[in-house]
Design a protein around this ligand. Sequence first.
Ligand code: PLP
Length: 447
Amino acid sequence: MLSNSLVELDRAHLVHPVASYRGHERAGVRVLKSAKGATVTDATGHQMIDGFAGLWCVNAGYGHESIVEAAARQMRELPYATGYFSLGSEPAIRLAAELADRAPGDLNHVYFTLGGSDAIDSTIRFIRYYYHSLGKPAKDQFISLEQGYHGSSTVGAGLTALPIFHAGFGVPLDWQHKIPTHYAYRNPVGSDPQAIIAASVAALRAKVEEIGADRAAAFYVEPIQGSGGVLVPPPGWMKAMRDVCTELDILFVADEVITGFGRTGPLFACSDEDIVPDLMTTAKGLTSGYVPMGAVFLSERVYQTIADGAGSAAIGHGYTYSAHPVSAAVGLEVLRLYENGLLENGVKAGARLMAGLHKLAAHPLVGDVRGRGMLAAIELVVDKERKTPLPAAADPSRRIFDRAWDNGLVIRAFGNGVLGYAPPLCCTDAEIDAIIDRTRRTLDQTL
Ligand code: PLP
């Protein structure tokens, strides 16, 4: 017999992503009811600025009628079209072309997925097939960064380097390798940008040597590591890693699932440093979270090698919902909105956000402030000199999240005392200032 209370129904039936099931059962769900612009309202009528754009995805902000219209129009006209059997739909074809036109370099070929995890899975399949086509099937070892996040599928979770995605799941797999990250605030080589770049380059070289150049396939990187705590590499780091991948003959994969679509300023963060990856993944901001969609971008070399390698045989990789026409129609409209003011506003709002967070650096709890554009974090410590983290036993992140919520702000409170920010690009000056004020109030209550 089902209870009629939503909280009880949730407790009894809905399995939540990345949650302590027992902790969630005790705490109970908070139900979000509606949203407009950068403001979300819960079922009790409490209003908050969504400082995290859902899950770093609602880049355009909530309540755009034109996006709703685009989806509804497409659902009325053609709610589904498969890409199998050489079929297609107009919005999917147009979106692929528009994206290819804007992607870095010669990333001219777009494969649509449902989100980021299956985009990462797809890159692994494409890369394996690429080397198979080149007659180098032994190149089957994959490298990623400590504190990286590349999704939650079995293979993606193995490229991910966050312990909760591994423990109990039998990953990473034996062909998945990690090298240390660039985390400037807590880096054994110190915070000097050149030292950090040199250490990362040396670590990648050493890892490829250990694996064997004839075995190493690809290196995965987020232009800014998101779920690892918004870790921003020093300027020049991406370029140095790209160059060393070229030199070592391994593919460079940029995972732009968070950083894409204006989060750091431009449409793609790779453009910040003039990087052209061999493959690139996106999701989240692609449809601004209104409907699910992800995309893998393939360079000419990768695409043409795979196509030639297969010849007339079918390449056995595809999903029922690849290039879903409704998601594609939403993607086209979201792209139009980005280019009609949203990206520009995001750059302005991002500068204000970063300036506001830097002012919080004087607060006794704030050890580090980092970010770029509308993607930022502050790292809380109890002792600035020693960089002592908040005591984990008291579950500070849950308490800070709750306090911020009561203060009218949704933020991401990572378990290690890092507070993450990724507000919608549509934020006004007043909303950015409110994010900073409400954070300050939350920190004062945490002292
Ligand atoms: N890659 C990165 C960098 C991500 O941040 C995420 C999700 O947060 C993913 C991949 C997985 O995306 P999804 O949750 O859409 O499967």
